[in-house]
Design a protein. Structure first.
Length: 242
């Protein structure tokens, strides 16, 4: 037998004797700690469904005000903050990516079934009573921010990465210092079957009607009609879906 053949055989022996057990041990330990984290997570909540998987143990405040459905997946470094005046509800088969942050100091946040929230998304309610409702089969892209007092997102909506939905802004009266002026809020409504392109901003008081499309890096300052395509700053309708 040639020397190269012997080297191959020795390498195979090394894999069988040493590396395979290590790989098997890694798989077993990973599954064990995933199961352990999921068990601890369930104990911290007001209600938790079956088949929940945690790849990291979330940071939780007000866990008794948080409800989680079946088959939910929780990524690493997730933060869920809720106080006694607020609630957070995750529907069935919801996916929270790594470093997702949901902060709810005084409202109701509902996230519908089969919704995917990608890495580094922030969902933050107003301290005042209000609601953020996200429908079913919604996709919220990486780095997006949803914040405000009254925000409604329908079913089958796509938010591309780095979209900012803002339910409020700041007073700008001339006769007062800017940092002494109160926030101004208004509802934001995004109806079913909408697509908002990467880097876009949706401002307070806006309604995106069913089926509309907003191009990348647009700033939406007014209502967008159904099944139209809008782009620019401010966003203007340039066509229709066909």
């Amino acid at each position: 037998m040639s020397k190269p053949d012997m080297q191959v055989i020795n390498r195979l022996r090394h894999l069988v004797v040493q590396e395979r057990p290590l790989n098997l041990l890694f798989i077993i330990s990973t599954r064990f700690f995933t199961t352990l984290r999921s068990h601890i997570f369930r104990k911290l909540l007001g209600s938790c469904g079956k088949g929940v998987v945690c790849f990291g143990l979330p940071t939780i405040a007000g866990g008794r005000q948080i409800t989680v459905g079946d088959a939910v997946t929780i990524g690493r470094r997730v933060k869920l903050y809720c106080n006694s005046r607020a609630t957070i509800k995750l529907g069935n088969n919801v996916f929270l990516g790594d470093s997702v942050e949901i902060r709810n100091p005084g409202a109701r946040i509902d996230i519908g079934d089969d919704t995917t929230i990608c890495n580094y998304v922030v969902i933050k309610s107003s301290p005042d009573a209000g609601r953020i409702v996200i429908g079913k089969r919604v996709w919220i892209g990486q780095g997006s921010i949803i914040e405000g007092k009254d925000i409604s997102i329908g079913d089958d909506v796509i938010l591309a990465p780095n979209v900012h939905v803002i339910g409020g802004d700041h007073g700008i009266a001339r006769n007062r210092r800017i940092n002494q002026q109160a926030a101004r809020t208004a509802p934001v409504v995004i109806e079913d079957d909408c697509w908002i392109g990467s880097g876009s901003v949706v401002l307070k008081g806006v309604k995106l009607h069913e089926g509309c499309v907003v191009g990348a890096r647009s700033v939406v300052t007014h209502d967008i009609p159904p099944y139209t395509i809008a782009v620019g700053t401010p966003a203007r309708v340039i066509g229709e879906r066909k």
